[in-house]
Ligand binder design. Structure first.
Ligand SMILES: Cc1cc2nc3c(=O)[nH]c(=O)nc-3n(C[C@H](O)[C@H](O)[C@H](O)COP(=O)(O)OP(=O)(O)OC[C@H]3O[C@@H](n4cnc5c(N)ncnc54)[C@H](O)[C@@H]3O)c2cc1C
Length: 481
């Protein structure tokens, strides 16, 4: 039973997938020290077993799920904050600590961890770094890589290495190997602890919320913010379907509408000036400012976006980033794909930086219904739309590995060279990046070529389109607004 719990991450995967992948690990290990991790990695090599690092299991694409069994390393017991240095404003923390816990802790010491994922209560330091993620704070401050002073990593050989000199401040550091492990999805090393650069705690933080008739009416907001001199800490757009799904579970939440949440932080006078500028920008686009209490409750609930999971037997979130100028096109395409596949899809988005926006559609599904898994075709079609608009889907795992070559093009060979150098026997989280391994270690059936995997999902989409009725979990009334 305990091993079964580790056979999936946040993504809903049908039982049918067990025919293709051995997702239940043979062993689960919960190390507490880097030495234990190193010995476990060496043991896996000697025993000829795959080894899969796992943090909070909040990944969306089966990255922390075995495909051929093996040893799963649950790193959440490695959650010690080893030191906080208020003078250099750095923190040393083990990789299994959740981002929110760390952010709260440094805030209690008067400092600021500027970027965290939207899944911060459960997502771990090592997991988000291994995912190369972006999240809250990225528009103004970049991604976690920009705050990484140094990491301790256990290589596939069991060797413990440091990626840089931890006594050197980030601002003056020159050579380091942080980028090699950032976004490497646990395939070339297990991150066991990291040093992060912190910032002074901002003087004030003001969340603002604006209402639009629907999502389409708010389509120009991300582009307008990116084209202005405003520098919000976070800027998100939510659609009426999302709000209707939340309302179905929490009746006191806001009515379905196009909702724009923007947060400014910094010196008080700068925040006040930004608020005025933002008000004018939104009013020029036809939006209406909402009450301060609503804006504050939106900010406080920022980590709690998917309560609707409870309505059905599964919830699938997918993500893509693409040029901010293409946001309206992306909305149009996403809605068209949802309609064609007869699915009710909610669309949340946030600005990543001045050039790109992250769009995160999600949908409910019945994981155990015979045809429920066909909805996964949406993930493929949405990813294709992102590529077509000059962007790319985010996240590589069991069911998105077919995207690697398209996402990284020429760099695919570099990744493969690094992988075969560091992990010649392909034991560390194998068969999920450039190729998809099956559970069968036999010739011909051992690998699903990425094209076949993508083709399978295209077939699922074709079958979905034959469905006579649409799946609908909530009815949406946008009222006057
Ligand atoms: C509600 C919610 C909100 C989210 N918000 C965001 C967001 O804002 N931005 C974003 O980018 N993503 C987001 N995600 C996706 C996902 O949560 C993040 O990518 C997340 O940070 C993964 O962290 P985790 O600890 O759960 O990793 P897991 O899911 O356990 O693992 C993810 C990958 O990292 C590897 N890994 C885990 N720990 C280590 C380690 N110590 N060393 C080496 N490899 C490791 C695993 O093998 C796997 O490939 C969200 C997901 C949910 C459910």
């Amino acid at each position: 039973m305990e091993r079964l719990i580790y056979s999936h991450d946040f993504a809903s995967l049908p039982k049918l997938a067990l025919l293709q992948w051995k997702m239940i690990p043979d062993f689960v290990a919960l190390p507490k020290t880097v030495e234990e991790v190193s010995r476990l990695v060496q043991f896996a090599y000697e025993a000829g077993l795959p080894i899969i690092p796992r943090g909070g299991g909040t990944g969306l694409v089966g990255g922390a799920v075995p495909n051929r069994g093996g040893i799963l390393l649950d790193l959440r017991r490695m959650d010690r904050v080893e030191s906080v240095d208020p003078e250099r404003r750095t923190v040393r923390v083990q990789a299994g600590r959740a981002w929110k816990e760390l952010a709260d802790l440094v805030a209690s010491r008067g400092m600021f961890l500027p970027v965290v994922p939207l899944g911060a209560p459960a997502s771990t330091i090592g997991g988000w770094i291994a995912n190369g993620g972006v999240g809250i704070g990225s528009y103004k401050y970049g991604d976690a890589r920009d705050y990484l002073v140094e990491m301790e990593v256990v290589l596939p050989s069991g060797e413990i290495v440091h990626t840089a000199d931890r006594t050197v401040d980030l601002a003056v550091a020159y050579a380091n190997l942080n980028p090699a492990f950032f976004g490497s999805e646990g395939t070339i090393g297990v991150i066991t602890s990291v040093s992060l650069q912190l910032l002074p705690k901002p003087e004030s933080l003001t969340p603002l919320s604006y209402s639009f008739k629907d999502l389409w009416a708010a389509r120009d907001v991300p582009g307008a913010i990116a084209g202005s001199d405003l520098e919000p800490y976070h800027a998100a757009v939510m659609d009426p379907t999302h709000l209707a799904l939340v309302k179905a579970v929490r009746p006191d939440s806001p009515e379905p509408q196009g909702l724009v949440n923007v947060v400014f932080e910094g010196p008080r006078d700068e925040v006040t000036a930004s608020e005025k500028e933002m008000d004018a920008l939104v009013s020029g686009l036809g939006g209406k400012k909402l009450a301060e209490t609503l804006a504050r409750s939106q900010w406080e609930g920022r980590f709690d976006l998917y309560p609707a999971r409870r309505i059905s037997g599964g919830l699938v979130i997918t993500q893509a980033e693409f040029p901010v100028a293409r946001f309206p096109d992306m909305l149009r395409r996403t809605s068209r794909i949802g309609k064609k596949l007869r699915m009710q899809v909610a669309v949340n988005s946030f600005l990543v930086d001045g050039n790109s926006v992250a769009v995160e559609p999600y949908f409910l599904m019945e994981e155990q219904a015979p045809l429920g898994p066909l909805t996964l075709a949406f993930v493929k079609k949405f990813g294709d739309a992102a590529f077509a608009l000059g962007g790319h889907p985010r996240g590589l795992g069991l069911f998105t590995a077919f995207n690697f070559r398209k996402m990284h093009r020429g760099a695919t060979g570099i990744y493969e060279a690094v992988k075969s150098q560091l992990d010649p026997y392909r034991k560390m989280n194998p068969g999920k990046m450039t190729e998809v391994w099956t559970r069968y270690d036999l010739p011909i059936v051992n690998v699903i070529p990425p094209e076949i995997m993508g083709f399978g999902l295209d077939v699922a989409a074709a079958v979905r389109r034959l469905k006579p009725t649409s799946d609908r979990y909530v009815t949406i009334e946008t009222g006057g607004r």
